[in-house]
Each structure stands twice: as structure tokens, then as C-alpha cells.
Design a protein around this ligand. Structure first.
Ligand SMILES: [Zn+2]
Length: 292
């Protein structure tokens, strides 16, 4: 196990990039052949905006001093957390570590949708008016400032071993790109995979402009937490292909303006046209007209 951990540690950064950009290229190519929805892709404008945000995110992530792996090393060195205090077979630690790590991601995502101040930040991800591999990297940099400390705390609380942390990070990177891909999977394959992991069909529902659909399917990797907490939602593929995407209160071209995306957390909770999106958190505010 130590030699596997050593190999993973020496190559984890490279492996993450290979998996992430490999899938980005591979699934990106598949989108041209088996697209769930071809119209409205606006690749030039959207990809410029989405990948510009990625550049900002890489800078912010590099500035965060404690990563999940550093936390796992600290926990092991100081015998902190459940898995460091109680001896267990590796398979139990592996499954337990994946469950704990995916639970905190689910909870963070739930918080981003259901706490007003966090929704202002996370809605940047939901303003994309089309869904494809580039949406994977469309996050406001402030998201990482919220999620990183919570992930670090979870790794330390459970004492998730470094090798499991690295395996989860690679799995997470792969499923993140896969679940945003605009690909039509064979129905049986999708049905089988969606028993365990988040598929493009499940995640597409999460990008619907209808609030009760946006506020469902919070899982980023495993579906177990949505199953357990009753937030899992499914739709027939034909209906999914017709489903609009994005937020009704953020039409194009604002949705693809980098300045608009970066400043969106500081704009009012209610935006105009706010039509069908009901504000449940911040009733005092009046809608503000959108200025890209
Ligand atoms: Zn979301």
C-alpha cells in the first residue's frame, strides 16, 4: 500500500491533469457526435467565459495554503480522526472515506443553493445557458474559499488517509467532467451508472431553470446522498433533450460576460427579469435590472 501511495503522491498532480483534460478533450469530441442537445451551444463566447474563469480559479486554488492532502498527512501524523483512531480493513476505510468526502461535497452544494449569500456565489455556475464539458470549470473563485476549509475539516475529522484522499480527488475530477458533458448515453448504461454515480442525465436536471429542479441532484460524484435525503430527481431522456438550461433571470449576453460573472455575487439576490424564480431568503430586495 505504501508503494502505491508513494506512486500516487509522486504523480497525483499529473494524473489529475491527464484525467481532467483527457476527459475534457475526449468527451468534448463525443459531444460533436452524440450530443443530448446541439442547438444554442455558442461555443466561442461560452468557452471564452468559462475557461477565463478557470484561469482565475487555478490562481485562487494555488493560493489556498492547506489542501485536503496536507490535511490527511497532518491527521495521520497526529493520529487525528476516526480512521486513525480505530484500526479497520482498508476496504472499509476506502468506502468510508469516499462516503465521508462525497457527503461534505453534497452538504456544501446544498448550502450553496439554500443559503442566500452562498447562492449569490454559486449561481455563476448555473448561469450557463448551455451545458457541456466547459461548464465543469465555470465556478466563481470565491466558491473555493468556502468549500476548501470544510473539506479540510472533514478530512481531519474522519482521518481519511492520504491515499484515499488522492483516489477520491481523481474520481471527483473524472465525474465532474463526465456529469457536465453534453452526451447522450445509451439508456441502459445511463440507468445502470446512475445507481451509483452522477451521470450527465442526472446533472442536467440540476441545471434546469425551474427552481424545484435546480434544487435537486446536489451530488457531484455519488448519488447515494441524494437518494438518502430525498433530493434525487429523474426525467425521461426525451424530456431532458427539450429542457431549457440556465437561470431565467440571467439571459444572454449577460450570462457570458466575464465581468458580469465575477461581479454576480455582489449583485442583488433578485435580478430582473426575475419572472418565475421566487426569492425565499431575502424578501426585502427589489429586482435589479441586469447590466452586463
Ligand atoms: Zn448547483
Amino acid at each position: 500500500m505504501e508503494s502505491f501511495e508513494g506512486m500516487l503522491r509522486a504523480n497525483v498532480e499529473l494524473l489529475t491533469y491527464v484525467i481532467f483534460f483527457g476527459l475534457l478533450a475526449g468527451l468534448g469530441a463525443m459531444e460533436a457526435i452524440w450530443a443530448m442537445k446541439a442547438e444554442g451551444a455558442q461555443r466561442r463566447r461560452r468557452w471564452t467565459a468559462n475557461f477565463s474563469l478557470t484561469a482565475a480559479n487555478i490562481v485562487v486554488m494555488g493560493a489556498i495554503p492547506v489542501t485536503a492532502l496536507v490535511a490527511a498527512d497532518l491527521a495521520r501524523a497526529n493520529s487525528l480522526g476516526v480512521f486513525n483512531l480505530v484500526e479497520m480493513p482498508f476496504v472499509v476505510v476506502l468506502v468510508g472515506g469516499f462516503l465521508a468526502r462525497s457527503l461534505v461535497s453534497w452538504a456544501i452544494h446544498f448550502g450553496f443553493h439554500n443559503i442566500a449569500v452562498l447562492w449569490r456565489v454559486h449561481r455563476v455556475h448555473h448561469t450557463d445557458t448551455h451545458l457541456d464539458v466547459s461548464t465543469t470549470v465555470r465556478f466563481h473563485p470565491m466558491e473555493f474559499l468556502v468549500s476548501a476549509p470544510l473539506v479540510v475539516a472533514t478530512v481531519m475529522l474522519f482521518g481519511i488517509p492520504p491515499v484515499v484522499v488522492m483516489m477520491f480527488e481523481l474520481f471527483d475530477a473524472a465525474i465532474a467532467v463526465f456529469s457536465h458533458a453534453n452526451v447522450r448515453l445509451p439508456v441502459k448504461l445511463d440507468r445502470f451508472m446512475s445507481l451509483i454515480v452522477v451521470t450527465p442525465n442526472l446533472h442536467r436536471i440540476h441545471h434546469s431553470p425551474v427552481v424545484r429542479e435546480t434544487n435537486s441532484n446536489y451530488g457531484a460524484t455519488l448519488v447515494v446522498w441524494d437518494q438518502l435525503f430525498g433530493t434525487l430527481r429523474q426525467k425521461p431522456p426525451a424530456e431532458l433533450a427539450r429542457q431549457p438550461l440556465g437561470l431565467s433571470e440571467v439571459p444572454e449576453p449577460s450570462a457570458h460576460s466575464l465581468w458580469f460573472m465575477l461581479t454576480l455575487p455582489f449583485r442583488p439576490y433578485k435580478l430582473s427579469p426575475a419572472g418565475d424564480r421566487k426569492n425565499t431568503h431575502d424578501k426585502s430586495q427589489q429586482p435589479e435590472a441586469i447590466k452586463p
